[in-house]
Write a protein that binds this ligand. Structure first.
Ligand SMILES: [Fe+2]
Length: 365
């Protein structure tokens, strides 16, 4: 006789990612915005030592963040996994050792502002080199996607496959060669000592005196970019698939979030380091610089330009202006609600910052 489940609860399984985070015994944070990843409360992390937390933001479960803290002079236990992870250092200094099974290790030293990619399924281990301060790390990952696809933790964390095409100890300059500019606004590298000082390319399509660099790192299929908005300016609102996480890494500003058709219900999120926003599907988002100097952001997103997107790179993004159904449609300055700019004026005034934008002609007098 075949066994039949009597109730929905008997066969329904909640997401594997949720089950995984529960097993880790640390907090899972949700929503579209978190105020400060550097002070976010973490839980004791038995699996690797230190403390940790995970996110499920923007009403999606493909891309997420892992926040990790290592105590002074402490270290994490080594791990390897079949998902991509790119590490940003929010606080402190230390080192990461990277190696393939049976091969010698390479060690990379980092400090606040460093960005480092972990090659897929390579062993990695993090160390805090400070004797009196904890260090706090942020990993942008597609772990939720991978864990949900295979729903077998052993496959994800105990897989012997060695991706020699991506990394081996014979690649001696892997973390030190400084990278290569592949194209306008597209740079390939595996380690950047301080992305707050990293040179970006102009990006006028998104806003006045805005600049960006898209990064391809360690062959990961995650999209990564660093974007900067100059003093006294803001960028145009745009929208796209969920899964992108924008982290404020330098300066001071705010983010506006609103759904199409709900422009009068805009949500305003103060953003200075290390706030994060993760817009929902098609939720407009818009970055405003209200401080002195630049406002700089780091973004992790699902779409890599080099691997796994199938989407043609259009440097001009022309469709974003004209077709409201185009991927990444944006609202030009001319077409945005004038209240958005008025509110921005008031914010600048409060901080004694001069507006550096031309008035827009919205037509109709
Ligand atoms: Fe975006």
């Amino acid at each position: 006789m075949s066994k039949t489940a009597a109730k929905f609860d008997e066969w329904y399984v909640r997401s594997s990612y949720e089950e995984f985070v529960q097993q880790e015994g640390v907090p899972l944070y949700e929503g579209s915005a978190l105020e400060d990843l550097a002070t976010l409360e973490l839980g004791d992390w038995e699996r690797r030592g230190g403390k940790a937390a995970y996110t499920r933001m923007g009403e999606q479960e493909n891309y997420s963040l892992q926040i990790v803290e290592i105590p002074p002079k402490g270290e994490l236990k080594p791990e390897h996994h079949v998902y991509d992870a790119v590490m940003y250092v929010m606080k402190g200094r230390g080192a990461t050792a990277i190696w393939q099974e049976g091969e010698p290790r390479q060690t990379v030293e980092w400090e606040e502002g460093s960005l480092l990619a972990i090659p897929l399924n390579a062993w990695h281990q993090e160390f805090n080199s400070s004797g009196d301060e904890p260090c706090r790390l942020l990993f942008g990952t597609n772990m939720a996607h991978v864990i949900n696809l295979y729903h077998n933790f052993d496959f994800v964390f105990n897989n012997p496959f060695s991706f020699q095409d991506r990394y081996s100890s014979s690649m001696k300059e892997f973390y030190t060669d400084g990278g290569i500019q592949r194209n306008l606004r597209l740079f390939e590298t595996n380690f950047i000592p301080d992305i707050r000082r990293f040179a970006l390319d102009p990006y006028p399509e998104r806003g006045i005196r805005t600049s960006i660099m898209r990064l391809s790192m360690a062959s990961v299929s995650l999209g990564i970019h660093v974007m900067s908005v100059s003093e006294g300016t803001y960028v145009t609102a745009h929208r796209h698939d969920p899964g992108a996480h924008v982290i404020a890494i330098e300066g001071q500003g705010y983010e506006l979030l609103f759904m199409p058709g709900e422009e009068n219900r805009r949500r305003k999120v103060p953003a200075d380091p290390y706030a994060v926003i993760a817009p929902r599907r098609n939720e407009y988002h818009q970055h405003f610089n209200t401080g002195k100097g630049i406002y700089r952001m780091l973004a992790f997103r699902g779409v890599s330009l080099r691997y796994g997107s199938g989407r043609k790179y259009d440097p001009a993004y022309t469709a974003q202006d004209k077709d409201p159904y185009a991927y990444g449609f944006k609202i030009s300055y001319e077409k945005e609600d004038p209240a958005i700019r008025e509110e921005y004026y008031r914010e600048l005034e409060k901080n004694g910052i001069t507006l550096r934008m031309e008035p827009v002609d919205q037509g109709g007098g």
